[in-house]
Write a protein that binds this ligand. Structure first.
Ligand SMILES: [Zn+2]
Length: 100
């Protein structure tokens, strides 16, 4: 009899052949972690990828910020560089990305 916890559909069944030649069926927990924005928490990639580096877009703060938050960060950074606003006026949640 299969263990009760392994009858759950949230487990993935993986067939493996051992060095001896016997067949095994391993039961693995699916990786639930998805890439999400560090500021707003939005999941910003729907595609399924195996490793974290292929889950992130190749742009500034890819894998950290979603496109909307990145646009805000760049907006505040430009305004700060032009001295149109002061550093105190930047929202605290963006400050790390605007200054750093
Ligand atoms: Zn965001």
């Amino acid at each position: 009899m299969v263990k009760r916890q392994q009858r759950s559909t949230s487990y993935r069944r993986v067939a493996r052949k051992t060095a001896k030649g016997t067949n095994l069926v391993k039961v693995k927990r699916e990786d639930k972690h998805k890439a999400s924005c560090a500021v707003c928490g939005k999941e910003y990639i729907k595609k399924k990828a195996k490793v974290k580096s292929s889950r992130r877009p190749q742009r500034m703060y890819g894998g950290q910020l979603c496109s909307n938050c990145l646009a805000d960060v760049l907006k505040y950074r430009a305004r700060l560089n032009e001295s149109k606003i002061k550093q105190e006026e930047v929202p605290l949640i963006y400050l790390k990305y605007v200054v750093g």
